[in-house]
Design a protein around this ligand. Structure first.
Ligand SMILES: NC(=O)c1ccc[n+]([C@@H]2O[C@H](COP(=O)([O-])OP(=O)(O)OC[C@H]3O[C@@H](n4cnc5c(N)ncnc54)[C@H](O)[C@@H]3O)[C@@H](O)[C@H]2O)c1
Length: 269
């Protein structure tokens, strides 16, 4: 199977660092003219330099996805720049938390406004462009927290569960225009959002023990899924959430298999 995205136009939010930056670089490598949005100019400048060095086509715009006016302005500029928008990746997100009794309204609002409202505002601005084209791909970053929340994650998990449901509603609304809307749940991918790689060995092991594949995911694992979902091969997939988390949600006690495998290795020696 050859995934051909050459010549398409994408908008990626939160593309300054982490998974979003890798998505922007990967799409651009595949020949997609890629417009990167972020709240941090320093990160966009770094990404712009990478695009220039690699000869990738695209643009970078400062844009807080919570800001409806700015979102509308940037989407208009982006669509005028390359004449269309084929792919929208709503990657921008934050994951601050705390137990409900001491959770501040500010933290609650930040999670809801960036993760959920930002996704809504971007989709609202891009949908008319995709409808006029009679085609489009919208990909929203959810999380396995949308299904199985972690301790102290009320704000984050609630926002991501809402992204999952929003995705289904929008898929239903945009189906007649050949626009697919899906979300994906990445994990566990060490980034500056979660600092997994800097945890003590004991805490890392505790997290790894929850994964069927028992290793950290890579940003490229997510990018492969994004490329597939953005391609013609995924034209009959919509309104769903695809898990790219090494089987985080697949089995109850994945460590049991590793314990058995380790015992067999010992016996075989
Ligand atoms: N890393 C993981 O294992 C993991 C797991 C589940 C879900 N996710 C989701 O994947 C996405 C990316 O995560 P990451 O780990 O790369 O995070 P990250 O913190 O490394 O990157 C997030 C990016 O979003 C940008 N951003 C933050 N607020 C913004 C706003 N208001 N407007 C525009 N941009 C904004 C940041 O500047 C940053 O560049 C998030 O939506 C996150 O919830 C990640």
């Amino acid at each position: 199977m050859i995934i051909d995205l050459n010549g398409k136009v994408a908008v990626v939010t939160g593309a300054g660092r982490g998974i979003g930056r890798q998505i922007a670089l990967t799409l651009a490598r595949e020949g997609v003219r890629t417009i990167a949005l972020d709240v941090r100019q320093d990160l966009l400048d770094e990404l712009g330099s990478q695009f220039a060095e690699l000869g990738y086509e695209g643009a970078q715009y400062i844009c807080d996805v919570r800001d409806a006016l700015r979102v509308t302005e940037v989407v208009r500029e982006a669509s005028e720049l390359f004449g269309r928008i084929d792919i929208l990746v709503n990657n921008a997100g934050v994951a601050s938390g705390g137990v409900v009794e001491s959770l501040s309204e500010d933290v609650w609002d930040a999670n809801m406004d960036i993760n959920l409202k930002g996704t809504f505002l971007m989709c609202k601005a891009v949908a008319p462009i995709m409808k006029a084209q009679g085609a489009g791909r919208i990909l929203n970053a959810a999380s396995f927290a949308a299904i199985v929340p972690a301790f102290g994650s009320a704000a984050y998990a609630s926002s991501k569960a809402a992204v999952k449901q929003f995705t289904r509603v929008l898929a239903g609304e945009l189906g007649p225009w050949n626009i697919t809307v899906n979300c994906y749940s990445p994990g566990m991918i060490p980034t500056e959002m979660n600092h997994f790689a800097e945890l003590s060995e004991e805490r890392q092991n505790r997290l790894l023990d929850t994964l069927t594949l028992r290793r950290w995911g890579s940003k490229d694992d997510v990018c492969s899924l994004i490329c597939f979902l953005a391609s013609d091969h995924a034209s009959y997939i919509t309104g769903t959430m695809i898990d790219v988390s090494g089987g985080k949600l697949a089995t109850q006690i994945p460590k049991a298999a590793y314990d058995v495998a380790a015992q067999r290795d010992v016996k075989a020696q």
